[in-house]
Design a protein around this ligand. Sequence first.
Ligand SMILES: Cc1ncc(COP(=O)(O)OP(=O)(O)O)c(N)n1
Ligand SMILES: Cc1nc(C(=O)O)sc1CCOP(=O)(O)O
Ligand SMILES: [Mg+2]
Length: 559
Amino acid sequence: MATAQLLSSHLHPQITPPLPSKLITNRFWNCNTDSTNNQTPHFLKMQFQPNSTPTPISESQHNKIPHLLTVAGSDSGSGAGIQADLKTCAARRVYCSTVITAVTAQNTLGVQGVHMVPEDFVAQQLNSVLSDMNVDVVKTGMLPSLSVVKVLCQSLRKFPVKALVVDPVMVSTSGDILAGPSVLAGFREELLPMADIVTPNVKEASALLGDVPMKSVSDMRTAAKLLHDLGPRNVLVKGGDLPNSSDAIDVFFDGQEFYELSSPRVNTRNTHGTGCTLASCIAAELAKGSSMLSAVKIAKRFVESALDYSRDLVIGNGAQGPFDHFLAFKNISQSSCRQDRFNPNDLFLYAVTDSRMNSKWGRSITEAVKAAVEGGATIVQLREKDVETRDFVDAAKVCLEICRSYGVPLLINDRIDVALACDADGVHIGQSDMSARLARTLLGPEKIIGVSCKTQEQAHQAWIDDADYIGSGGVYPTNTKANNRTIGLDGLREVCKASKLPVVAIGGIGMSNAGDVMKLGVPSLKGVAVVSALFDRECILTETRNLHAVISEAALLPQ
Ligand SMILES: Cc1ncc(COP(=O)(O)OP(=O)(O)O)c(N)n1
Ligand SMILES: Cc1nc(C(=O)O)sc1CCOP(=O)(O)O
Ligand SMILES: [Mg+2]
């Protein structure tokens, strides 16, 4: 049941240099190469060789889809329970099978009736799915009796899975009791010790701990620690119901560190099913291979975006309506070829374009980008300060095709509108641009957001605001950006040490000093971002290859 295999480099990032002349990076893309049909996307795997032209490798045989089993109750109104889990998994592109523990008659007014499924039939459903279907992760919701908890634990011992996510559902959003006191004992003694994460809200956390008072974030931290003592590997105490807070603050505890994850409270009546959705989204991301913290952060973003996009939806006449799991993706997931998740190692060799340099050398943006990715750039940012918006969008669309064919993410500097218009993989924003928090709201949970940070405080804020990485500099003086304050290697080291996000160094970096930057040896430092060292040169392809070789060598050296 351990999640060791799920804990990727996101939690403890290390510089992972590509092996020279070997595979640099494998990225799996959900690509539907034929935009005219709507069949299930197949996977295209890209393989990069630093000293040779990258070649796409078709992987039509790659047929395994991450698989989640939800063990929960049915909600006739479809806002919560099994139905919410199915919708979440569909939105997150994970297969979901179901074991139904109870059938509830409910709507936006409340729960009118509960029909419990006999435990031997729950056992039969569990056996049917787990004995046959290669389930990756199990997520639990409403477990209406102690005997159902016991039956589930027996099945999990017989058919171990990669991870168990326990949402200790006890009371519905409308206040109706969905699990009695005997179930509490089952949770405490049998299920929680098997869980990789438990996700109570404050009321559930309080009940699990024998009705301890829960009034503040500090109480939530204490509760997270006490719940962790009951056996689950990770605890997420959700603070959405905590009074007197403009933000929804959740406390995540992994047994060693506490993380306070905050998101703005969305003002809407449509909150029915948020707990089920959050837990099934965490489980879905774990099934895809995310680390636990990364899965939790993605799930929070997903719920926040869905609530925001559904804030004015009207379904039913009661106090608490359901929300739309798919609306958030209406505008931003039209493209069938987008990267699933941000990989911090993509920051390794970060090429940032410059329109003035392209004009000087008589090159188009697209020619420059093509040469950089062919040379081994692992991520590209279009930093085109002097280009007309219309031309920028057109060029960005072509660059996106080029980058996607090489498996390289493409970000847009400053211009969220351009990023949205061309469905780029994300944006890079500075301290005077809009906040990363607002950019996240506009771009949704999946896009990559980078923020320029010169100080530890800015790095902390970027993390709070849900950015994916920070760019830190100027490490050395530069002519590319006017009046740019230089922080030096010492300043970079300080920011990297404080940053919970992966860092890319920028400013005056080139062949002569990139090695020194990479040798800094701080785990959060993932690579170098360069403009003139690639684009203010005669042959971008050669410069990129050479710089790649230099930083690969430096990253491999012992610190
Ligand atoms: C990777 C990376 N890091 C920092 C910057 C600088 O961004 P910003 O501070 O917004 O300045 P401009 O690039 O807009 O001049 C960057 N672009 N990329
Ligand atoms: C775009 C940018 N941002 C910086 C920062 O310090 O945040 S320095 C910089 C310019 C980097 O260009 P070159 O590689 O040519 O020095
Ligand atoms: Mg900017």
